[in-house]
Design a protein around this ligand. Structure first.
Ligand SMILES: [Zn+2]
Ligand SMILES: [Zn+2]
Length: 389
């Protein structure tokens, strides 16, 4: 185990910073206070600051020596729209808002690493500290990319980190391949010809077509997708007719749902197959269907080379406590948009046991301050190894 002495000395500051962020949670694209603190601390450390990228996003850039390699480190800053139910001295002061995913810890750890690296100056190259807004479903990463993140701050590799309850604080999981699922939405409208419920032969019934579609939907995962490839399709929305008009066959039926996959091939397959079933069901009943598949978040898939580099850094801090086999999460993380622009690696940092069973997005969840030193040390090790003097 090696946490640099300077980071250990900084832990009281990082702990109070983390708790201050916890007490003042801000939702996606509203992280004004948080972004202000991030920008001020980066500036105080002598790091060049670019605020306001992607709304409330902040990028700090530290370039040293003549090394040409450039890497990006990501921390997310946003909280969730949910109340904090646990009592703690630094409990949320914002009603209905809470840091229940530990992004307060992510922000504090990356700031800790930035302060250390700016003081010790023990690397040669460029590191971009990327503080992104709105990770929790509001599209912060995509917006930063659209506003030119990688044109302004080109990266040869990008790295992400998320806290993980269940892993000890001196453990980290660094695994090549899929880490988080894609998260996409689909919707369709079956369009028939409404008619009297007693005279179906005079119309075209979209409800029966929709029923055929729904009863076949799970055959995509069961019969079409490779059984060794995880995939989920779920219909989550259904609307047709009126419960007050039980003798009316309606004109339209609307259906919507979600699709999850861990590879772009399966993701493409789900988009195609859901549409094919919809078209086929409509054709069976001689009606039409409008189908739309909305690509929200790609899967996070760790690049082999970036993972090797992350493993080496993790090994220097966590020794034998590096897990190289760890199950992927069915959740999504829009870090995936960064990893589409440069080889990426996303790691899971131990947050200790789940206190009272509270996991991510639970009203009692809390980032574990014991993890601050390990996370900051991992970032520092990654930079000093990636950008060797
Ligand atoms: Zn979350
Ligand atoms: Zn999160």
């Amino acid at each position: 185990m090696s946490i640099p002495a300077r980071i250990k000395d900084d832990l009281p500051f990082l702990t109070s910073l983390r708790r201050d962020l916890h007490a003042h949670p801000e939702l996606g694209f509203e992280e004004e206070r948080t972004a202000g603190i991030v920008a001020r601390l980066l500036e105080e450390a002598g790091i060049t600051v670019h605020p306001g990228l992607g709304g409330t996003g902040v990028v700090g850039t530290l370039q040293l020596g003549n090394g040409s390699r450039r890497i990006g480190l990501r921390a997310d800053m946003d909280a969730l729209a949910m109340p904090e139910m646990a009592e703690r001295p630094y409990k949320s002061t914002a009603p209905g808002k809470m840091h229940a995913c530990g992004h307060d810890g992510h922000t504090a750890m990356l700031l800790g690493a930035a302060r250390h690296l700016a003081a010790t100056r023990n690397f040669s190259g460029t590191v971009h500290f990327i503080f992104q807004p709105a990770e929790e479903g509001r599209g912060g990463a995509r917006r930063m990319v659209e506003e030119g993140l990688f044109k302004l701050f080109p990266c040869d590799a990008v790295y992400g980190l998320h806290n993980m309850p269940g892993l000890a604080v001196d453990e980290i999981a660094v695994v090549e391949g899929p880490q988080l699922a894609s998260s996409d939405s689909w919707r369709m409208t079956f369009r028939g010809t409404g008619t009297h419920g007693a005279k179906p032969h005079l119309g075209r019934d979209p409800i029966t077509a929709a029923g055929t579609f729904l009863s076949s939907l799970q055959t995509i995962v069961g019969r079409v997708v490779d059984p060794l490839q995880p995939a989920v399709v779920s219909a989550c929305f259904l609307r047709a007719g009126d419960p007050k008009a039980l003798n009316v066959i309606p004109d339209i039926v609307e259906i919507g749902g979600t699709a999850r996959a861990y590879s772009s091939d399966v993701r493409n397959q789900l988009e195609t197959e859901i549409g094919r079933l919809a078209q086929g069901s409509a054709a069976m009943y001689d009606i039409t269907v409008d189908y739309a598949f909305e690509r929200r978040i790609p899967p996070v898939i760790n690049d082999a080379d970036a993972t090797m580099r992350a493993l080496a850094a993790a090994g220097s801090v966590f020794g034998g406590k590096v897990q190289t086999s760890f199950p992927p999460s069915t959740a999504g993380d829009d870090f995936a948009f960064f990893a589409q622009n440069a080889p990426g690696c996303y790691v899971w940092l131990g947050n200790g046991p789940a206190v009272d069973g509270a996991l991510h997005h639970n009203t009692a969840y809390d980032f574990n301050d014991e993890a601050l030193g390990y996370g900051a040390a991992y970032w520092v090790a990654l930079v000093e190894r990636e950008l060797k003097v």
